[in-house]
Design a protein around this ligand. Structure first.
Ligand code: NAD
Length: 249
């Protein structure tokens, strides 16, 4: 039997990059998957690419009304949710001294507030023994230049995995964080191209990653599927680094 056979899963930000790869992996592993994203065209293209056992729901995770509509739809159509991959997130560079309130609010609203309320509003649909995976990042443990706001959001995400593991222990709901290194996605490529800091970072990557290359989204997806399934039945509260070794040496 496929390892996610019969499971209902949600991937936020499932129309691109790591989220899209995870949604494909979940479907390959037997799950029915809901994906969300903010833009209709990308969402429709992603649903087409995944092909079957998938529903796209447009919505912004930082908007509580959109989350309410999303979970109402999942409840109506499938009745429950066994796996949640809280993946939607954004990154922008700004060195200390140039950080604006707008930048702070926009990144924290999506990566921290959006992720928190995604999980909280999903809980009533989740049966005992369900699995929640939070997309953190190696940057939560590093001090890369001009990256303090984004890095702080990911440190918060890693912290949520610890506390929620305790908060949900009576329901045996497992909560784990996955921390990707630099992964070749539309989001990363846009970020690296967006500024001089990004262009310098792009040159550094191959030299500083022990495995000498960017990771692929499907390499994160496999780790997420492990955390989603019973293969990881005794794993909770962890941060699983999938980073080519960059944050390990
Ligand atoms: P991406 O830009 O290719 O995909 C991001 C997805 O999130 C898109 O589907 C986008 O529509 C969605 N999204 C963004 N804001 C949203 C919002 N407010 N509401 C709903 N959906 C929203 O980026 P990616 O590289 O695949 O990043 C996915 C996650 O992985 C992010 O949380 C990111 O921080 C994390 N991450 C990425 C890398 C990397 O190197 N690519 C490394 C570590 C962590």
């Amino acid at each position: 039997m496929a390892k996610l056979e019969g499971k209902i899963a949600l991937v936020t930000g499932g129309s691109s990059g790591i989220g899209l790869a995870a949604a494909k992996q979940f479907v390959d592993d037997g799950a029915y998957v809901f994906i969300t994203g903010r833009r209709d065209a990308e969402l429709t293209a992603a649903v087409k690419e995944i092909g079957s056992n998938v529903t796209g729901v447009r919505g912004d995770v930082s908007n509580p009304g959109d989350l309410d509509r999303l979970f109402a739809q999942i409840l109506r159509e499938k009745g429950q949710l066994h796996v949640l991959f809280a993946n939607a997130g954004v990154a922008r560079y700004a060195a200390l001294g140039t950080i604006t309130e707008e930048l702070y609010d926009s990144i924290f609203d999506i990566n921290v507030k959006g992720l928190l309320f995604t999980v909280q509003k999903a809980l009533p649909l989740m049966p005992d023994g369900a699995s929640i995976i939070l997309n953190a990042s190696i940057v939560g443990s590093k001090g890369f230049a001009a990256n303090s706001v984004y890095s702080a959001t990911k440190a918060a995400v890693r912290s949520f995995a610890r506390t929620w593991t305790t908060d949900l222990k009576d329901r045996r709901i497992r909560v784990n964080a996955v921390s990707p290194g630099p992964i070749d996605t539309p989001g990363l490529n846009e970020l690296l191209a967006s500024s001089a800091t990004g262009q310098q970072r792009a040159k550094m990557i191959a030299a500083t990653v022990p495995l000498g290359r960017l990771g692929r989204a499907d390499e994160i997806a496999k780790a997420v599927a492990f955390l989603a399934s019973d293969d990881s039945s005794y794993v909770t509260g962890i941060e699983l680094f999938v980073d080519g070794g960059i944050a390990q040496v």
